[in-house]
Design a protein around this ligand. Sequence first.
Ligand code: NAD
Ligand code: MN
Length: 490
Amino acid sequence: MAITKKQSAELATQVFEYAPAPEAIDHVKIASRYGLFIDGRMVDAHSKKRFPTINPATEKTLSEVAEADEVDVDRAVKAASKAFESWSHLSASRRARYLFRISRLIQERSRELAVVETMDGGKPIKESRDVDIPLSAAHFFYYAGWADKLEWAFPNRKPRPLGVAGQVIPWNFPLLMLAWKIAPALAAGNTVVLKPAETTPLSAMVFAEICMQADLPPGVVNIVTGAGKTGSLVVSHPAVKKVAFTGSTEVGKLIQRSIAGSGKKLTLELGGKAANIVFEDAPLDQAVEGIVNGIYFNQGHVCCAGSRLLVQESIAEPLLEKLKRRLSTLRLGDPLDKNTDIGAINSRAQLEKIQGLVESGVEEGAELYQPPCVLPERGFWFPPSLFTNVSQSYRIAREEIFGPVLSVLTFRTPNEAVEKANNTPYGLSAGVWTDKGSRILWMAERMRAGVVWANTFNRFDPTSPFGGYKESGYGREGGVHGLLPYVELH
Ligand code: NAD
Ligand code: MN
């Protein structure tokens, strides 16, 4: 039956009610306390100190985890040093076998891991289920494949592992960042001491169980929980030969200064302020989906988020109209609900940071748009937001907000788009939306960004290198490039 134009317009504005579809949590066991994973087992911390990790959607405590002190970190590094002697000499195909096994176990325990990730960090279950956990397994699977082919990765060279890697990761993709760090390190024959972020330690605790299940030799992976102090103990330990850090540019710089002259190798994956650039010949509806995915995915807690929308002036009006309409259909609420698009903000501190930056945007003269949206009473929430009338000098156009907040700027010519896109101290990613292949290549050549997505955004694959320019850091993770930071070439 055909419908009239009027009926179709009405349908387009209709907001659908969804019945609750909560993911079951009764299959998940979160212990009330966790120790440290050192030398192949869970041990009590020497510090005897603990701190709570909460569910940011409810503010309820999920578990108490140990806070590792200097003695604890030293134990972990010693266990890793001892394990390095045998792990680095193990036949490469046996190393691969452990990594394949870990990948398989992540798949087997994926439902549990997705629920833990969502409860501990606040991200929608559809994202942890469909993105974080499968990509983590894929990452181990991919690097398992490289373990016995290192000489093909570096033709005519002799790659040798470095020793103990000290790795510190953030809270936005807890298990995935763990996988990005641990998989290439182990494949190349190193051992690791990893510190998860203080608001999201629980999936790393499940991962410790997976290492035990996989019969990984003791000491190859060690996990110490704690906050910034514990992180600084890991990276500054003299027996740590390689440091890998993902987090804020501020802490990245601090680490770089603190280990200068020590001979430690360093890779940094820091912040971003990516431009998502839409040309007038782009398919607008597709671009709207890409813009939404670019900035509202994971509440905008994404270092490569498309947080600056650059739209060609001739299409700014229709595009913004479509985008605003789309924003009003995003569902914010219980992260465990399978229909939820926008979950909880990871922590109170992050929420305050977002609120502060949004206030500055209003004060500086930008125009704020937020769709009607009811925020739950408990927990940390921020509605999907966008700013128009943004000048490049405003803080919201320069600083990383790390929340569901988009700043919209316009341009007239491709050259102006290039200039505005690169006018940032960061350089992690960019997006280009256009119908013309030649323009995609022209733009990609000119973007000072580690990743340039064409007619898509926030797409990840273990075979593809990821990393930054300028204040977004240096070194690459993923792909064959991701092995390089973990080897010495002879
Ligand atoms: P952060 O840099 O403070 O924390 C990241 C990790 O580093 C955590 O595990 C933390 O415990 C650890 N850490 C903190 N101080 C340390 C130190 N001195 N030495 C060693 N390790 C240390 O980031 P944050 O405070 O959680 O977030 C602040 C901002 O950082 C965010 O608003 C966002 O802009 C940015 N950020 C970026 C990423 C990213 O993926 N690039 C991730 C998280 C946060
Ligand atoms: Mn938590």
